[in-house]
Design a protein around this ligand. Structure first.
Ligand code: NAD
Length: 265
C-alpha cells in the first residue's frame, strides 16, 4: 500500500492514545483520521495531539474515513469497537489489557471476518524477551523455580499485567505446562514450601513506572534474571502503528505481534 494507512484510534485521549497521535504525526506510513474518546467524559469535542484532531464518540459513523482501527481503551470499549470494525470489514489492532478469557474469545471470534491482532505488549524488546523466556524455561526444566515480577505506574487498573501473563505463558509453554494450572498469584501467611512447577507472579504499583518485567529462574547455587524495562510508552505506540500498517493488507485471521515484527510483508 503506497498511500498512508488511515487510522481510527479508540481511546485517543488516554496516555497510549496521545502517544499514538504523536508518533503517527511523524510517520509517512500512517495517518490518523478518526479519534474516538469515551462518550461520558470531558474529552468529547477536544482537539487532540499535534494533528489537532477533533475527538468524537461514534466509530460507526466514520467507517468511510479509516482503513484500520487501533484500540487502547477498556475491555468493554475494545469489544464494542471490534464489533463495529468486523461489521465494516476493517482490520483491528488492540492493545487493551485486562480482558477475561470470555472477552478474549468474543474478540477473537471476529477474526472470521477481519484481520485481528491483539497484543499485551507491542514493544520489540518484550517480543524478543518472550522467545528468550520460552527457551530458558525449556532448557532449565523443573530444577529451576520460575517467578514473574512486574512493576507499573500507580494508575494501572489490572494485575498482573498482560505482559506478565504473556511471559508466564511463554514460560509454561517451554515446560509443556498450562499456565492456568501452574500460576500462583498470591502468597500470604502460612503458605508452606514452594511447589515444584509453580509459576509465581509478583506485582508492584507506584509512581510513573512505564513498565518493568523480570522473569527469574532460580536454582540451588545459581539464578537467571531476564529483564525488560520500558522507559517511554512511545515503544508501544510505534509497535502498534507498525502492526496496523502491516495488518492493513492481511486476510481475516488472528495475528500476533511476532507475526507483524518477524514476517516480511
Ligand atoms: P488510559 O486510562 O490513559 O486511557 C484509556 C482511555 O480510553 C481513556 O482516555 C478512557 O476515557 C478511554 N475510553 C474508555 N472507554 C472508552 C470508549 N467507550 N470509547 C473511547 N474511549 C474510551 O490508559 P492507557 O495507559 O492509555 O492504556 C489503555 C489500555 O492499553 C490499558 O488496558 C493498558 O493496560 C493497555 N496498554 C497496553 C500496552 C501494549 O503494548 N499492549 C501498552 C500500554 C498500555
Amino acid at each position: 500500500m503506497n498511500s498512508p494507512v488511515r487510522l481510527a484510534i479508540v481511546g485517543a485521549a488516554g496516555r497510549m492514545g496521545i502517544a499514538l497521535l504523536e508518533n503517527a504525526f511523524n510517520s509517512e506510513n500512517v495517518v490518523v483520521t478518526t479519534a474516538i474518546v469515551a462518550p461520558d467524559g470531558d474529552d468529547v469535542g477536544r482537539n487532540l495531539g499535534p494533528q489537532n484532531i477533533a475527538a468524537t464518540t461514534a466509530l460507526d459513523e466514520s467507517i468511510e474515513d479509516f482503513d484500520v482501527v487501533i484500540d487502547f481503551s477498556s475491555p468493554e470499549s475494545c469489544l464494542e469497537s471490534a464489533q463495529i470494525a468486523a461489521r465494516a470489514q476493517k482490520p483491528f489492532v488492540s492493545g487493551t489489557t485486562g480482558l477475561s478469557s470470555e472477552q478474549l474469545d468474543a474478540l477473537f471470534a471476529h477474526s472470521e471476518s477481519i484481520a485481528l491482532l491483539h497484543a499485551a505488549n507491542f514493544s520489540v524488546g518484550v517480543n524478543v524477551l518472550e522467545r528468550l523466556v520460552e527457551l530458558a524455561s525449556e532448557a532449565t526444566g523443573s530444577d529451576f523455580d520460575l517467578e514473574v515480577f512486574e512493576a507499573h505506574h500507580r494508575r494501572k487498573v489490572d494485575a498482573p499485567s498482560g505482559t506478565a501473563l504473556l511471559l508466564g505463558r511463554a514460560a509454561a509453554r517451554g515446560r509443556e505446562q498450562s499456565l492456568e494450572e501452574a500460576a500462583l498469584y498470591n502468597r500470604e501467611g502460612q503458605t508452606g514450601p514452594r511447589s515444584t512447577g509453580e509459576i509465581g507472579f509478583q506485582v508492584l504499583r507506584g509512581g510513573d513506572i512505564v513498565g518493568e518485567h523480570t522473569v527469574f529462574l532460580c536454582a540451588d547455587g545459581e539464578r537467571i534474571e531476564l529483564t525488560h524495562r520500558a522507559t517511554d510508552r512511545g515503544i508501544f505506540a510505534r509497535g502498534a502503528l507498525r502492526a496496523a500498517h502491516w495488518l492493513a493488507t492481511r486476510s481475516p485471521g488472528v495475528y500476533t505481534m511476532s507475526d507483524a515484527l518477524f514476517t516480511r510483508s
